[in-house]
Each structure stands twice: as structure tokens, then as C-alpha cells.
Ligand binder design. Structure first.
Ligand code: PLP
Length: 420
């Protein structure tokens, strides 16, 4: 279908959108008494209207039962994390036993690297993407130092070529091949937070394994955005947060994946806590750690029930929407945004540059507005658009299929055009 930069056209697309009713399940920030154009679901997803009820239930049960809520609450707290597992596993293409919700994202990256980054004299290098999210860079650097190694001898960062914004897949494969005798781990963000580039996780995993390395992904921008198949792709481990596309609230509980083939290996070193102990004997309080044979082994502490309640509210919505439908709408919505930006560009001397690849992307478009800089971002905010700004020069826009509309995209374009 040929796109048009008109309100009528956008409304037509909205009317035929099978997911259109989901928008009303979320609270939108207000701007001058109207819903803001919220394009920041890749940073903090909006609040589902049901979240409050899910948390209130746990507050009520806490008031009513005190400690006995661990067993007597409507949703007993003792196994509360288990309520999330199946739905979460489906979203990332994992088996339930491979999936656990626990801690925060960077904490999970560290905990998983304790088990899966085991440098030897021969194999010790880590390959990552250049300009990874800072928290990931710090995690990688300090893990390397923790093993008594030097970052500059150990970390291989694959960068875009001179003058380019994306990392070429062939360059990643080349770097793997070149380091195949010394590579211990590949640890890449499934989606680059800055450019929005999605990496070919299946191919990277296969190439990594062929080279004898372990392969893990940070899926902060992947979970709830892309159709992931962590199990089938044979990924070794992954971690993600739940407050971006997964709408579970600021700082909410994160996710972790460990492939089935590692779950029986009880020799894997790890930092253990009582919630990773075999649950049938956990409360015998014995001093010997008996590891769970599921991803729950990596849990350390008992479950943060309130943030899990918020997560549960959102996962129930995802279950209803389904990743297949979300990805289909996301593709269309993002293509429409790209079209609108390109249309505007024709009348504005091509001052806008989309640095997100046309292929290999999720629902994010990163725009460099040449000659405008952060002032343009500030003006967008003043006019009721909420995108986000990433230094040094990028405006990121994420039209999220769960609650953004084609009309949002059209209106965004009209405001953007008026500001250039
Ligand atoms: C958002 C994000 C983080 C944030 O880490 P937290 O531990 O949740 O604070 C880390 N890595 C990536 C790639 C991110 O996009």
C-alpha cells in the first residue's frame, strides 16, 4: 500500500489495526490536557491501567496475612516469580525452565558472566559491539579485571566502518573468525540502543559456537520488541529488563535466560543464594547448596513481589496481544514513521538522517537532525512529543505497537515539520 502523509490515511490504518483497542489499556502522559505523543516506550514503557490492581492485591494480602501471605495470599509470594515464567518465556522464545525473572538487568549480566565467562590462558577474549550501552561496557570491563586480565588485551569491540552508523554483519563474523583461538565469549546487545540496529543473533550464535565461544545477549531493547527465539537459536544466555518495552514500571524486575543444555551441568560456577537452591529442600536450611536444574538456579534472593506484580500485569497484556501480531504492527508502524520522516525531508533540504537500518530493526527510528541538535528535541517536548535524546546527536523515536497509533506518527510528523 502506498503511504500518505495525511491524517485521514493514518486514521484509516488505525481503523484496520487489530490491536487498536490495546491503546486504551494504558495511561498516557498529558500535555495541555491532551495525550502526549509518547515515543519513549523503549526507555520506559507506559503504565497499564491494570497495574494498580495487581499491586493492590499484594498490598491487601500483606495487610491481611502478614508473613503468612507467602502461602495464603491469593497469589502466594513464595512461588510468586513462577507466575511470570511461562508468559515471559513465550515472549523471548524460550522454554519456561530456561527463563527466570529476577534482580535487575546489569545484575543479571554480571551473575550470568560469573558462570559463562571462564577465561583460560588460551581462551579469554570477549567480543562485543563498540559503543555498547555504558552499563554493559562497565560490566564487561570489570568482569575482565575481576579475572586479573587487562581490558585492552581482552575486549574486542566491533565498530561501524568509517563514516557508517551500523556494524556490518560480515565484520562481526570476520572478528569472530580472526579471534577463534582465543575467544571465550561473545556478548552483544541484541538491538543497539543508539542506532536501533538489530543484530543477527542466530547467525552470531552459530558463528560463535563454531569458534568455540559462549554467546550471550543483552536484550534490553529486544524483549517485547522483536520476535526472539532464544532456545532455537541456541543462545547460551541472555538478560533483559522489563521496564522498557515490557511496561513493568521504573527499575522493575529483570529477566534471564540460560539454555536448556546448560541446566543439567551442576559444575557451572555461580554466585548462589537460597532462592537458587532446589525448592523441594530449600527450607530444610541445610548448609549444602543443591542447585535448581532450571534457570531459577541463578536466583539469589526471594522475589520482589510488588515489582513482579507490575510485571505480571503487563505480561498478561502481552499474552493477549501476542508477539506475532505485535511484530506485524510494529513493522507497519515503523515503516510509516520512516515514510513520514522521508516525506518531510524532501521539503526540508534533507536535513534529517535516519541512522537506523531499513532491514534489521525493531520499532525504533534514530534520527540525526543535521544543524539542529538538542534544541529540536527540546522543542518537540514543548509541543507535546516525548521522544528521547541520546548524546551526541540522536533523537530516538519508538512507536510502540502495543499503544502507539498511526495517528501518533502522523501528528509527530506534522509537529516535526513545523519545527524545522
Ligand atoms: C536500559 C539498558 C540497561 C540498563 O541497565 P539496568 O541494569 O536495568 O539499569 C543496560 N543495558 C542496555 C543495553 C540497556 O538498554
Amino acid at each position: 500500500m502506498d503511504h500518505q502523509n495525511t491524517l485521514d490515511f493514518a486514521k484509516t490504518l488505525d481503523n484496520s489495526d487489530p490491536l487498536k483497542s490495546f491503546r486504551s489499556k494504558f495511561y498516557f502522559p498529558q500535555h495541555n490536557g491532551k495525550e502526549a505523543i509518547y515515543f519513549t516506550g523503549n526507555s520506559l514503557g507506559l503504565q497499564p491501567k491494570t497495574t494498580q490492581g495487581y499491586i493492590q492485591q499484594e498490598l491487601n494480602d500483606w495487610a491481611q496475612y502478614g508473613v503468612e501471605g507467602h502461602f495464603l495470599a491469593k497469589n502466594p509470594w513464595m512461588p510468586y516469580h513462577e507466575f511470570l515464567t511461562e508468559k515471559m518465556a513465550k515472549i523471548v522464545g524460550a522454554l519456561p525452565e530456561e527463563t527466570v525473572m529476577m534482580n535487575q538487568l546489569t545484575v543479571n549480566v554480571h551473575l550470568l558472566m560469573v558462570s559463562f565467562y571462564r577465561p583460560t590462558k588460551q581462551r579469554y577474549k570477549i567480543l562485543c559491539e563498540a559503543k555498547a550501552f555504558p552499563s554493559d561496557q562497565y560490566a564487561l570491563q570489570t568482569q575482565i579485571q575481576f579475572h586479573g586480565l587487562k581490558v585492552e588485551d581482552t575486549l574486542i569491540e566491533v565498530a561501524p566502518r568509517e563514516g557508517e552508523y551500523h556494524i556490518r554483519h560480515e565484520d562481526i563474523l570476520l572478528a569472530i573468525e580472526k579471534n577463534k583461538d582465543s575467544l571465550a565469549l561473545i556478548m552483544i546487545g541484541g538491538v543497539n540502543y543508539f542506532s536501533g540496529q538489530v543484530f543477527d543473533m542466530k547467525a552470531i550464535t552459530a558463528a560463535g559456537h563454531k569458534a568455540g565461544a559462549i554467546v550471550g545477549f543483552d536484550l534490553a531493547h529486544g524483549a517485547g520488541n522483536l520476535k526472539l527465539q532464544l532456545h532455537d537459536w541456541d543462545v547460551d544466555f541472555a538478560a533483559w529488563c522489563s521496564y522498557k518495552y515490557l511496561n513493568s514500571g521504573p527499575g522493575s524486575v529483570a529477566g534471564a535466560f540460560v539454555h536448556q543444555r546448560h541446566l543439567k551441568n551442576t559444575d557451572l560456577p555461580l554466585f548462589a543464594g537460597w532462592w537458587g537452591h532446589d525448592k523441594s529442600t530449600r527450607f530444610l536450611m541445610d548448609k549444602t547448596f543443591v542447585p535448581m536444574q532450571t534457570a531459577e538456579r541463578w536466583q539469589i534472593s526471594n522475589a520482589p513481589v510488588f515489582s513482579m506484580a507490575a510485571c505480571r500485569a503487563s505480561l498478561d497484556i502481552f499474552e493477549e496481544a501476542g508477539m506475532d501480531r505485535l511484530v506485524e504492527k510494529s513493522t507497519n508502524l515503523t515503516a510509516y514513521l520512516e515514510f513520514i520522516v522521508e516525506e518531510i525531508n524532501k521539503t526540508k533540504n534533507n536535513c534529517l538522517q535516519i541512522i537506523t537500518p531499513k532491514e534489521n530493526r525493531g520499532c525504533q527510528i534514530s534520527i540525526v537532525a543535521n544543524g539542529y541538535g538538542k534544541a529540536l528535541y527540546n522543542k518537540l517536548i514543548e509541543n507535546g512529543v516525548i521522544p528521547d535524546w541520546r548524546e551526541p546527536n540522536v533523537i530516538r523515536c519508538a512507536p510502540v505497537p502495543l499503544y502507539n497509533s498511526f495517528e501518533d506518527v502522523y501528528r509527530f510528523g506534522a509537529i516535526l515539520k513545523s519545527l524545522l
